[in-house]
Design a protein. Structure first.
Lengths: 308, 250
C-alpha cells in the first residue's frame, strides 16, 4: 500500500489512472522523495548516482511489460528538476506511463521539470503516456516544464500520448526526436489552457535515417484569457516521410500561435504540415442543442470529444 | 398538436428586408405524417427551423401541445419533445457515432441499443459505432447517422429537412419504412418532412405546398397528390402551382 495522503492519491488517479501500486515496474515520487519502487526481472530502476532522478533499464526482448513513474507534488513552494533516463533494449514491446500532478494550495509557486530521455533499441516498440494535471486554489502557480528527448534506433517505433488538460498555470514543453532508418514516431498531444494560463509546446523531430517517419498531431483548446504557442518542426535529412498538424479551438479571449514548420535537406523527404485554429462551429452547437443539451453542455461535449 | 399562428420571418438581403415566411397559420394534429413541399427558396426549411427554434419568428406565435413556445430556445423545445434532422448534417472531430447517439438518447444507452438505431438506417453497426463523426464519413453516411440521432430521441414531433438528399445509394423504401415504423410506434409521433420526393409524398396524411413564403396548397394526400403524380419531380409541379396561382392562396 502506498504511503500517500488523499490529495496525493487523487493526483495519482488523475495522471496515471492508478489507485494503488500497479503491476510491473514502478517508481512513485511524492514531494521530492521516492515513496515506492519496484523493479522486475527485465526492468531495473535505479537511483542516479549523480544528480536527481532515476535510470530505467529494460532488457532486450522484454515484451508486454509496463513501467509507471508518476510524480505528485502537494507541498507549496517545492521546485525540482528530475532526470529520468530510459534505456530500452532491442526487440522490446513496453508501455511507459509517466505524468505529474501538482496540488498547490499555498502562496508559493510549485514546479516540477521532468527531463525524460529515451534510448530506444533496434526494432523495439514503446508506448509512452504522459499526463499533466494541476489542482488546488492557492495563489502559488503550478508550473511544469517537461523536456522529452527520444533517440530511436533502426526499426524502432514509439507512440507518445502527451496530455495536459487542466490546472497547470504555466508550461514550456520541449520534445526532440532523432530517428534512424525505418524508425517511426507518432505523437498525439492534447492541450487545454484556461484562466490566465500559458503553454508553449515545441517539437523538433529529425528524420535522419532512410525510411524513417513521424506523425506529430496536436489538438488544443485555449479558453478564457489563456495563451498557447505550438511550434512543431520536422526536419527531413533522408528519404523519409513526416506530417505535423496543429488543430485548435479558441474560445473567449484565448490566443493561439501555431507554427508548424518543415525543413527538408533531402530531395526524397516527403513532409507535410497543416494548421487550423477556429472557434466551435455554430452549427455544431445548434445540432447538440436540438438533441436537448444547453449551449454550455454542447460546448463541453464538443471539447471533450475534440480532446479525447 | 402543433399550432402556428400568423408566423412570419424576415431577414436582410443586401441591406434590403426580405420576408422569407409570410403570415403562415397552420395546425398539425398529433400522429400525423405531414409533408411540406414546394419550390426551392419557398421557405420550407426556414419554417421547420422556426418550429425547432433554430430561427426566431419575427411575428406570430407557436403553440406546442397547448404551450406557447414562441419564446423558448432550441434546448427548451428539444426537451419538450421536438426533434430535428438537418438537411446538411454537421461533422464533429472527436465525437463518435456512439457519443452522438448517447447524447440524443439523453441517457446512458447500451451499445446494443445504439446499434439498433444504426441498423434501422441501414448502417452496419459494428463498422460505425466507434467511428468519429468527422470528414472521413461520406455525405450519405452522415445523413443516415443524422436520421439515427432523431430515432434515438424520445420525441413527440420529428422534423426532417429533406431526408432523402444525399442518400441516393440507399433505397427510398428504407427511408419510407423508417417513417412508417415511427408512426406505428406505441407513442406515435407526429412527423413533418420537407421533401420533393414523390414516394415520400405518397405516404403523407397531409401535404402542404409552400411557395414564396406562403401556403399555396394544403390538403390530404388524395387532394394534392394527383397534381403531382406523373411528373418526374414534385418540384416541377410545385413550381407550376406557384407560377399559376402566384402564392395568392393562404
Amino acid at each position: 500500500m502506498l504511503k500517500m495522503d488523499p490529495i496525493q492519491l487523487n493526483l495519482l488517479k488523475e495522471v496515471a489512472e492508478l489507485h494503488d501500486v500497479p503491476e510491473g515496474a514502478y517508481n512513485f515520487r511524492a514531494n521530492g522523495q521516492s515513496v515506492g519502487r519496484s523493479s522486475t526481472a527485465n526492468i531495473e530502476i535505479t537511483t542516479k548516482t549523480e544528480g536527481s532522478g532515476i535510470d530505467i533499464r529494460i532488457k532486450d526482448n522484454t515484451k508486454n511489460e509496463s513501467v509507471h513513474i508518476p510524480v505528485v507534488l502537494s507541498e507549496s513552494g517545492l521546485k525540482e528538476t528530475v532526470y529520468n533516463d530510459f534505456y530500452v533494449g532491442e526487440n522490446c514491446d513496453v508501455l511507459i506511463v509517466a505524468g505529474c500532478g501538482i496540488d498547490n494550495c499555498g502562496q508559493q509557486d510549485s514546479e516540477h521539470d521532468g527531463i525524460h530521455r529515451f534510448y530506444v533499441g533496434k526494432n523495439s516498440r514503446v508506448r509512452y503516456v504522459e499526463k499533466h494535471y494541476g489542482s488546488g486554489d492557492g495563489s502559488g502557480k503550478r508550473i511544469l516544464d517537461p523536456q522529452t528527448e527520444v533517440y530511436m534506433d533502426e526499426g524502432s517505433t514509439m507512440e507518445m500520448e502527451m496530455v495536459q488538460i487542466k490546472g497547470v498555470d504555466s508550461t514550456h514543453r520541449t520534445t526532440i526526436g532523432e530517428l534512424k532508418a525505418n524508425a517511426k514516431l507518432v505523437v498525439h498531444e492534447r492541450l487545454m489552457t484556461h484562466g490566465e494560463q500559458s503553454a508553449y509546446s515545441v517539437y523538433k523531430i529529425d528524420l535522419n535515417g532512410e525510411g524513417s517517419s513521424a506523425d506529430v498531431v496536436s489538438r488544443s483548446v485555449a479558453r478564457d484569457s489563456s495563451y498557447q504557442k505550438l511550434d512543431m518542426c520536422i526536419v527531413g535529412s533522408a528519404p523519409c516521410s513526416g506530417h505535423t498538424e496543429c488543430d485548435s479551438i479558441i474560445m473567449d479571449n484565448g490566443r493561439i500561435l501555431a507554427v508548424p514548420s518543415l525543413e527538408v535537406n533531402n530531395v526524397d523527404a516527403q513532409l507535410v504540415h497543416e494548421a487550423a485554429i477556429g472557434k466551435i462551429a455554430g452549427e455544431q452547437l445548434v445540432k447538440l442543442m436540438t438533441l436537448g443539451l444547453t449551449e454550455a453542455e454542447a460546448e463541453e461535449q464538443i471539447i471533450n470529444g475534440f480532446l479525447k | 398538436m402543433l399550432e402556428l399562428e400568423n408566423i412570419s420571418f424576415g431577414a436582410e438581403n443586401d441591406g434590403k428586408p426580405v420576408e422569407i415566411v409570410r403570415d403562415i397559420s397552420l395546425t398539425i394534429p398529433d400522429n400525423k405524417f405531414v409533408v411540406i413541399t414546394g419550390p426551392n427558396g419557398g421557405g420550407k426549411s426556414t419554417l421547420a427551423k422556426l418550429i425547432a427554434g433554430i430561427e426566431k419568428n419575427t411575428a406570430g406565435r407557436i403553440i406546442f401541445n397547448g404551450e406557447d413556445i414562441t419564446d423558448k430556445n432550441i434546448t427548451e423545445r428539444a426537451r419538450l419533445g421536438i426533434g430535428f434532422a438537418f438537411q446538411q448534417p454537421v461533422r464533429f472531430k472527436g465525437l463518435t457515432v456512439l457519443d452522438l447517439l448517447r447524447i440524443a438518447a439523453g441517457k446512458p444507452i447500451k451499445i446494443a441499443a445504439a446499434c439498433e438505431y444504426l441498423s434501422e438506417v441501414g448502417l452496419c453497426a459494428k463498422d460505425y459505432i466507434n467511428r468519429e463523426v468527422n470528414a472521413s464519413l461520406s455525405g450519405g453516411e452522415l445523413k443516415r447517422i443524422e436520421i439515427a440521432t432523431v430515432l434515438a430521441r424520445d420525441i413527440k414531433l420529428a422534423l426532417f429537412d429533406e431526408p432523402e438528399a444525399g442518400i441516393d445509394l440507399w433505397s427510398f423504401s428504407n427511408l419510407v419504412r423508417i417513417f412508417e415504423n415511427m408512426r406505428k410506434a406505441e407513442n406515435g409521433r407526429t412527423i413533418v418532412v420537407i421533401s420533393h420526393q414523390e414516394r415520400i409524398l405518397n405516404i403523407a396524411d397531409e401535404i402542404i405546398v409552400l411557395a414564396d413564403g406562403q401556403i399555396v396548397k394544403q390538403g390530404t394526400k388524395d387532394e394534392i397528390l394527383p397534381g403531382i403524380i406523373g411528373t418526374k419531380y414534385a418540384t416541377d409541379v410545385c413550381r407550376k402551382i406557384a407560377e399559376t396561382e402566384g402564392g395568392n392562396h393562404a
